[in-house]
Design a binder for this molecule. Structure first.
Ligand code: GAR
Length: 194
């Protein structure tokens, strides 16, 4: 913090970490703009930990033990230690409390694997695929106190194609998730430079 030409962000993730990797790689390609020194993971052993470390980010594993308030207090302490201003959720599967969201108001962004408000929750691709949609999509949105309800930043759509399995359907959507985060990082970097 303190350098107005730079935005400092953290990624919060729970699993595979392909979005986290995409975000870290993209932020790194920009000279200045958005810096991401920290990844926080709430699951010991999650693949995202190795991916983050390979890309030179510190990864703190903060498991969900104790109360939600205690867990979030530990996350906030880490965010403060690194001077984090923005939070990018990338497959982070816990719901943040209203108090946490208020602390980072309009500075928490989430990627969701459906065209919100359709198919909120934990399995956007699965729910959309099983519902037989012809067109699905992905949503980047600000996080508010609800679940997958915050203001939409951008959405991208993709078709369900003949012969799709859930895996091919998901793979098509994932590419668009990466694009949405890359475009958002570009817009944040421009904002920082302005
Ligand atoms: C992504 O599809 C992301 O949109 C989704 O989890 C996956 C994480 O993949 N997030 C949610 O469903 C949030 N409710 P990744 O670990 O490879 O980035």
């Amino acid at each position: 913090m303190g350098d107005n030409s730079k935005i400092t962000a953290a990624v919060l993730a729970s699993g595979g970490g392909s979005n986290a990797e995409n975000i870290l790689r993209h932020a790194r390609t920009r000279a200045g703009g958005v810096e991401i020194p920290l990844v926080i993971c709430d699951k010991a052993g999650a693949p995202v930990i190795g991916r983050a470390e390979k890309l030179g980010a510190d990864c703190k594993v903060i498991e969900r033990t104790g109360t939600k308030a205690e867990h979030e207090a530990a996350i906030i302490a880490a965010l403060e230690e690194y001077g984090i201003e923005w939070i990018f959720l990338a497959g982070y599967m816990a719901i943040l409390s209203p108090a946490f969201v208020a602390l980072y108001k309009n500075r928490i962004v989430n990627i969701h694997p459906s065209l919100l408000p359709q198919f909120p929750g934990k399995d956007g691709y699965g729910d959309a695929f099983r519902a037989g949609v012809i067109t699905s999509g992905v949503t980047l949105h600000y996080v508010d106190a609800g679940v997958d309800t915050g203001p939409v930043i951008a959405q991208k759509t993709f078709p369900r194609e003949e012969g799709d399995t859930l895996e091919t359907f998901r793979a098509r959507g994932m590419q668009l998730e990466y694009e949405l985060y890359r475009e958002f990082i570009d817009s944040l970097a421009k904002r920082a430079a302005a």
